[in-house]
Design a protein around this ligand. Structure first.
Ligand code: BGC
Length: 252
């Protein structure tokens, strides 16, 4: 980690575009986050407009880091989950930089940003070795970090486990849709975690996403072997990780 000032992070999701200035010495937001509903349809131009509006509202004129629910490679969105498919093939860096008057931007996957934030300021901050963060939400996002260095775009939510993609088996949205109890859902999560730990052998698994707020109800029920700890940054992890990425020049 090098830069230690303030940076601005924006987390773009299917329902909201959320952003705030981040104090990189602490990983805390300096002001309340600003939220704008994600335009529908969530096309690149419409979302870029929302991003420009948010940054203007915040009165921020420095570099901006952004997360997207996409694989992002050399600034180009290569997949699009829960966001308009028109993103695929878009040069997100050029788009957002132009929308923000040509300033410096970096764009990375949403779970990767959350992983960076949890690894530096949150649940995994004092741990070395390999950390795996999973976000349980509409899908399952993943971030792999080795001694603080991100291995970007791991996309482990799409790993096939028991004949189905992990996120189709055990995302938080699946629990809601199929009206699973916590024990039923935890059983499925354990199956996914056992597969992942047999392949990657992380020292710790950080569980993120909104459902990590209810961790007492399901983490104790897991039967995999690697310790699972709840994320601590909750709904700021994406914003904080995005701000870190632009300050530290992480540009997957
Ligand atoms: C996407 C990932 C994303 C995750 C969480 C998955 O469906 O493929 O890129 O990180 O959802 O939004």
């Amino acid at each position: 980690m090098s830069a230690r000032g303030h940076a601005f992070g924006i987390d773009i999701g299917g329902s909201g575009v959320k952003g705030a200035q981040v104090d990189l010495a602490t990983g805390l937001l300096t002001h309340d986050r600003i939220k704008i509903a994600t335009p529908q349809p969530s096309t690149p131009d419409a979302v870029a407009g929302a991003v420009a509006e948010l940054v203007a509202k915040a009165g921020w004129d420095g570099p901006v880091g952004l997360t997207m629910p996409c694989v992002v490679l050399d600034g180009e969105a290569r997949t699009a989950a829960n966001i308009d498919k028109a993103w695929i093939g878009t040069d997100t860096r050029a788009l957002f930089s132009a929308a923000l008057g040509g300033r410096e931007v970096t764009v990375l996957n949403d779970a990767d940003a959350a992983g960076l934030a949890e690894d530096t300021y949150g649940a995994a901050r004092d741990l070395d070795g390999l950390t795996l963060l999973l976000t349980f939400g509409t899908g399952i996002g993943s971030a792999l970090l080795y001694n603080g260095t991100l291995v970007p775009n791991s996309e482990l939510g799409h790993l096939v486990v028991d004949g189905a993609e992990a996120e189709h088996l055990a995302a938080a949205s699946v629990k809601d849709r199929e009206e699973l109890s916590y024990p039923q859902w935890a059983h499925r999560v354990s199956t996914v975690l056992r597969t992942l730990e047999d392949l990657f052998w992380p020292k710790v698994i950080v569980a993120g996403g909104g459902i990590s707020r209810d961790h007492e109800q399901w983490i104790p029920l897991l039967t995999n072997r690697t310790p699972v700890i709840p994320a601590v940054l909750k709904n700021t992890a994406g914003i904080v990780g995005a701000a870190m990425a632009v300050a530290d020049g992480i540009a997957p």
